[in-house]
Design a protein around this ligand. Structure first.
Ligand code: AMP
Ligand code: MG
Length: 334
């Protein structure tokens, strides 16, 4: 194609896009204990955004651990109820993932995370006795699902803090697609999910936050992918002994993870899978994480360690741009 024909095609494409009425709209909201921003491009982006907000609030209403009318609150307070589709899907997915990871991922850790104060902000270090008493209540294998009914034993409690936002992102993307949107970027409290490419046809550039400075330590170009991070720095408290205790737990010990990992970012198509993985890989630690990836390899992963080493899977080679200095840069290969 000669240069002038090429330019004509480009101009025509741009003209068609504008004449098709593609517009940008964005909105921000506070939901699920976090700040969310959503930008969409399409013919009627405002209508799609209104529906999106409603959907997010509705999912929150179903799975909140604090709203007294939510399924999860009612289950956690001893009711055996027929639950919403959101709660049922998350419970089934959470239990499957727990089985697959031998409990490294555990959606029933709420009694433990509550004892440490992560559910209320009233932080404390529980005694070993208290932890030992609570651990049996986190046995996810005892959760019963019969049709749409869920039943928890007395004292047990669910918490979808590790997968709720990823699930919500997937549901939002489905809704946007159904509403004719072909291009959108969701930031659900740092969980990024992209629908399509940018309207100009290029990929989205996503920054990966440094656990130390809060600025971008790396960036990556994506389309139709979730980029989901679990970070110890996102929520923690410093106890009287000067030790930092983070919000991600080792369900075997009932204690916050302390394995030298500072942050794990997962890149894959499904937000739900990415969210489940980010938490799980954080708990597993560097060695087990690498072997889990080798066995599955349907996702890419970036790990920052507390002593500022960077690890990433080989699929990201040439795609990840480093924007900070690291003590070492290591590629995880098959
Ligand atoms: P994320 O930021 O996605 O890693 O989710 C962290 C949240 O998941 C915590 O605030 C807890 O509510 C919950 N959580 C902590 N440890 C675990 C675990 N081992 N398995 C499942 N959920 C967890
Ligand atoms: Mg997660």
């Amino acid at each position: 194609m000669n240069k002038y024909v090429f330019l004509f095609v480009i101009t025509l494409t741009a003209f068609l896009l504008v004449s098709c009425g593609e517009k940008k709209a964005s909105t921000s909201l506070n939901a699920m204990d976090t700040f969310m921003t959503i930008q969409v491009y399409g013919k009627k982006p405002e209508i799609a955004l209104e529906k999106t907000k409603k959907l997010i609030y509705q999912i929150e209403q179903n799975i909140s651990t604090t709203n007294k009318n939510s399924d999860v609150y009612r289950l956690n307070h001893g009711e055996s109820i027929s639950v919403s589709g959101d709660t049922l899907t998350l419970t089934k997915y959470g239990l499957d993932f727990a089985k697959q990871t031998d409990g490294v991922f555990n959606p029933a850790l709420y009694p433990i995370t509550s004892a440490w104060g992560f559910t209320t902000g009233d932080y404390k270090v529980p005694s070993q006795n208290q932890i030992d008493e609570l651990l049996p209540l986190t046995d996810y294998s005892k959760i019963q699902i019969n049709g749409g009914f869920i039943n928890l034993e007395h004292g047990m409690a669910l918490d979808f803090g590790a997968i709720g936002k990823g699930y919500t992102g997937d549901e939002v993307i489905k809704l946007l697609k159904d509403n004719g949107i072909r291009s959108a970027l969701l930031d659900l409290g740092g969980n990024i999910q992209a629908l399509g490419k940018k309207p100009d046809g290029t990929e989205w550039i996503i920054g990966i936050k440094s656990p130390w400075t809060g600025k971008a330590a790396a960036s990556i170009k994506i389309a139709d992918k979730a980029v989901i991070t679990s970070g110890g720095y996102e929520r923690f408290f410093t106890a009287d002994d000067g030790h930092n205790y983070i919000h991600i737990f080792d369900g075997k010990t009932g204690r916050p993870v302390d394995n030298g990992i500072a942050g794990v970012t997962i890149i894959t198509e499904s937000g739900l899978y990415a969210d489940a993985l980010s938490t799980t890989m954080f708990v597993m630690g560097l060695q087990d994480t690498a072997s889990y990836w080798k066995r599955h390899s349907d996702f890419e992963m970036i790990i920052f360690t507390e002593n500022q080493n960077l690890y990433f899977t080989e699929g990201l080679e040439g795609k990840l741009q480093l924007l900070a200095d690291f003590a070492s840069v290591n590629i995880i290969r098959k």
